[in-house]
Write a protein of this length. Structure first.
Length: 216
């Protein structure tokens, strides 16, 4: 703390004290620290937790984790026609998880986009599927048909595919859109080609996933 410094000439002489120049005062210290920047919002929060999927009859075999988007790991919500689509390069972050149920294994893939909405992505996939070709886990599939679910998101689209040239190993996919996000829920079962069972499972779980996708 700065103050006035004096030199006393003598205790008994009664001489006046002579002040010296004041030391410069330090700048005042603020009592409040600057606000810290908000922690990044993890993308995996946009997929249901293990407890949440358990409530709709699913067992989680892989809790939601971040999908690291990079030059060698592009995020393609649906690999349509074996070619990159315009919206694929707009994915800035994502998350993925796996769960199982009576209808088969459920793969979850969520993406947040920059400069494109989830609805545009879902509509883009729907239009691109005029080629009727989808690649899943390096295997080629042919589109069989579409299905609908009660509206739970900004946009949604369901379709089923079968292993190309076989008519078997049916997989059904439900796309959901919310704001600048979209996700693909894919059910597969190598022991069954019951598309109706897969569609029923997707309709049941759709509200839970749509709710998670809309989290702030």
């Amino acid at each position: 703390m700065s103050g006035l410094v004096v030199i006393v000439a003598g205790c008994s002489s009664g001489a006046a004290t002579t002040p010296v120049s004041e030391a410069p005062k330090p700048p005042p210290v603020s009592s409040s620290a600057p606000p810290s920047s908000a922690l990044p919002k993890l993308p995996e929060r946009l997929l249901p937790t293990g407890d949440e999927v358990a409530k709709v009859g699913l067992d989680d075999s892989q809790e939601p984790i971040e999908y690291v988007v990079g030059s060698t790991t592009p995020l393609r919500l649906v690999n349509v026609c074996g070619a990159a689509q315009p919206w694929d390069g707009k994915a800035k972050q994502g998350a993925q998880a796996i769960a199982t149920g009576t209808a088969g294994q459920l793969k979850q893939l969520m993406a947040e986009y920059d400069g494109v909405t989830g609805t545009e992505v879902v509509d883009g996939v729907k239009n691109a599927l005029s080629c009727r070709k989808v690649t899943i886990d390096d295997e080629e599939f042919t589109k069989l048909g579409e299905f609908t679910v009660p509206k739970v998101a900004d946009d949604q689209y369901g379709f089923c595919v079968s292993l190309e040239g076989t008519g078997s190993f049916v997989q059904c996919v439900l796309l959901l859109a919310q704001g600048d996000r979209a996700e693909a829920l894919t059910i597969s079962n190598r022991d069954s080609s019951d598309a109706k069972a897969q569609q029923a499972a997707l309709k049941k779980i759709a509200p839970v996933f749509a709710e998670a996708l809309a989290r702030p």
